[in-house]
Every structure is written in structure tokens, then in C-alpha cells.
Write a protein that binds this ligand. Structure first.
Ligand SMILES: O=C(O)CCC(=O)C(=O)O
Ligand SMILES: [Fe+2]
Length: 234
């Protein structure tokens, strides 16, 4: 067994079975933007992992919270109406995905990957425009990067939108239209495609938050979206 630190939520230790075979899919990475760095990852999460995490998360779901700017515990806000499940660190599937996320970022230590969060959006639920950075406190380090994966995207108008970033897709290969709203020119919107994930860098090199990473989980129409937050701390 391997001993892992439960960073950043607790300092106690946990174990995962070493006998579990962590088979990584051959996913495809495509750069969307150099600055800020945004990379689309197709087939980053396998169908079996998706199904497993949805079932694992279901009994653990609770109303999603947002960081309290006053330094207190996280709070409910109308800006974030989804439900969140924290997947325990000793979960072998979660650990496998955490290893994948760490390796993608250049063989980082898996200890820099936060506890995975499954987020479920029912009809009309959303997460209005926000930053993933700005969460640092005495107990928590700043979020260097986000990988936001889609476990289930059976919904309309339910993508992830970056209002401060625009791409003129008319000059790009039309295969992008499978993954982004390629008619949009003012904002960048990723479609909720199951298995895909989007990586972006939240911080400038001096560790200041990058305001261009403002993004929203659009209010879900007709269906359910289940996402997966994979955050890497500095
Ligand atoms: O649901 C989405 O599309 C984005 C979710 C998100 O940004 C978050 O949970 O921090
Ligand atoms: Fe976010």
C-alpha cells in the first residue's frame, strides 16, 4: 500500500491499494490558447471511469459551496446552484485520474492534486462567472491550474464559458465545432462532451490570479450535466 497525504483538506494519511491497475486512456490534447494557456483534452476520462465516478459521487452529493471572501468556511450562494461530491483520496479510480492529471502537467507530484470533486447540475442549475483562484488561506494553497472534465453531458446549452476570451473559429478547422460553440466570436464556450476535459492555467508566473480565466458553468437546459473538478495547487 501507498501512503498519501490528504492535502489540502486534512493532514492525516490515507492508503490506496497498490494492486489496482491504473490504465490511462490515450487521450488527445489540443492547444486552444497560448496565453492564457488553455488545452482541450479529448477522451481524458474513460467511459468506465465516468460511470464509476457518477455512481461513487451520487450518495455524497451536497449543495455546492463557494469560497467565503471573509476567510470563514465556504458558503451557499445563488451564483452556484449545483451539487458537489468530494471523492475520498483512498478511491483507486480517483487516484488514477489524479495521477494522470499530475503527469500531464509534467510529472508533478500527485500530492498537488486536490481531492476530486464531482459536480452535478440539474435543470436550470449553474455556476455563474467566477475564478477558480483566490482560494488561498492558512489551510489551503492557491490553485495553479484547473482541469474540468465532463462525466455526463446529456443537456443543452450547458457548456463552460469564458467571457473574457474570444476565438474566431471561422478561420479554424471545423472539427473544433464538436468541442466548442464555433459560431460564437465574443466568448469562448466549450460544449459539455462526455469524456473531454479542459485544462487552463489560473495564475500568472508571479502567482497572481489571471483575470482572463473568468468562466461560468452555463445554466443547464433540458437534462443533467455532471462535471469533474481536478485542481492543482501551487
Ligand atoms: O460547470 C462548469 O461548466 C464549470 C464548473 C466550474 O467552473 C467549477 O466548478 O469551478
Ligand atoms: Fe470554476
Amino acid at each position: 500500500n501507498l501512503t498519501l497525504q490528504k492535502w489540502p483538506f486534512t493532514s492525516s494519511n490515507t492508503t490506496v491499494q497498490e494492486s489496482f491497475v491504473c490504465a490511462h486512456p490515450s487521450y488527445t490534447s489540443r492547444i486552444v490558447s497560448y496565453d492564457p494557456l488553455i488545452i482541450h483534452l479529448e477522451n481524458f476520462i474513460t467511459p468506465a471511469e465516468r460511470e464509476y465516478l457518477i455512481n461513487r459521487g451520487r450518495p455524497l452529493l451536497q449543495r455546492s459551496l463557494v469560497a467565503n471572501r471573509d476567510g470563514g468556511p465556504p458558503i451557499e450562494r445563488p451564483a452556484r446552484t449545483s451539487s458537489t461530491a468530494f471523492i475520498p483520496y483512498n478511491d483507486t479510480t480517483a487516484y488514477c485520474i489524479q495521477q494522470r492529471a499530475a503527469e500531464f502537467q509534467g510529472f508533478l507530484s500527485v500530492r498537488k492534486i486536490e481531492m476530486l470533486q464531482v459536480v452535478q447540475y440539474k435543470q436550470h442549475q449553474e455556476y455563474r462567472a467566477h475564478y477558480d483562484w483566490g482560494v488561498a488561506s492558512a489551510h489551503k494553497r492557491e490553485r495553479e491550474s484547473t482541469i474540468y472534465g465532463i462525466l455526463k453531458g446529456d443537456c443543452e446549452h450547458c457548456g463552460t464559458q469564458f467571457p473574457e476570451i474570444s476565438v474566431d473559429w471561422s478561420g479554424e478547422d471545423e472539427r473544433w465545432c464538436d468541442f466548442v460553440e464555433c459560431e460564437e466570436t465574443e466568448m469562448l464556450t466549450f460544449k459539455a462532451v462526455a469524456g473531454s476535459a479542459v485544462f487552463w492555467k489560473n495564475l500568472h508566473d508571479d502567482e497572481e490570479g489571471d483575470r482572463r480565466t473568468l468562466h461560468a458553468g452555463l445554466p443547464v437546459r433540458n437534462g443533467t450535466k455532471v462535471g469533474l473538478n481536478i485542481w492543482t495547487v501551487v
